[in-house]
Design a protein. Structure first.
Length: 228
């Protein structure tokens, strides 16, 4: 297995929506996995986002506005703790796994700014199994969701759209990719981080080209990674 996957921090958010500029955090998990994929550290947050949680979001993660208000942490305090929790592995050089990292990391950045909290600055090294999987197995047909990737790499995902289940499954998918593609992936997280910047830009360019050709001549895809 590649050295970068021996110890991984994993991170996931459940939120009020899909727009990183306006959506709020509802739940979060930061954990650490060892080389065997066992959880050695874990912290979970349930957050009162301070706004109504739309029914569409509740249908995904099962957290209602009432439950978040009655049981959730103050948003500003929780966001500060989440940012602080992520700083620890990053400062130690432990790779941070986030599936579709630009969503979670950008939304966390906007939440930090919203509450006057110093955000993470250019977090690195980040491991995004979505970007890596698309790069190493470009022509595989089918969806590339976490659920689909978990099934393909034979990773157990119990309770999809729970921040803890998703974070840990993403870490296990990253470790599975490291095993399967050990011969083609770099050994260091720093090298892999830099590759993902390029891969994300290439993937966005390809998607933009497809969309402009098939659906919308003005479509623009943002390939910035790991934040937007």
């Amino acid at each position: 297995m590649s050295n970068w996957s021996d110890t991984l921090a994993v991170f996931d958010l459940e939120t009020t929506g899909i727009d990183v500029e306006t959506s709020r955090i509802v739940s979060a998990t930061v954990a650490v996995l060892d080389a065997m994929g066992h959880v050695t550290e874990r912290t979970d947050w349930l957050v009162n986002p301070g706004v109504e949680i739309p029914e569409q979001a509740t249908a995904v993660h099962k957290i209602t506005t009432q439950h978040a208000v009655e049981n959730g942490r103050d948003a500003a305090e929780a966001v500060a703790e989440i940012v602080a929790a992520l700083r620890v592995p990053l400062l130690q050089g432990i790779p941070l796994v986030a599936y579709n990292a630009p969503y979670d990391l950008t939304l966390l950045n906007r939440e930090a700014i919203r509450y006057g909290i110093a955000p993470l600055v250019s977090p690195t090294p980040v491991i995004d199994p979505l970007v890596i999987d698309k790069a190493v197995d470009r022509y595989r047909k089918g969806k590339r969701t976490l659920e689909a990737a978990s099934a393909f790499y034979e990773v157990v995902l119990d309770g999809a759209h729970d921040s803890g289940a998703d974070a840990i499954a993403a870490g296990h998918v990253a470790q599975a990719i490291a095993r399967v593609h050990a011969a083609t992936l770099p050994l260091t997280a720093a090298e892999l981080h830099d590759l993902q910047i390029t891969w994300s830009q290439e993937q966005a360019a390809n998607f933009q080209s497809y969309m402009r050709r098939e659906r919308d001549p003005q479509f623009v895809a943002n390939g910035s990674w790991p934040e937007r």
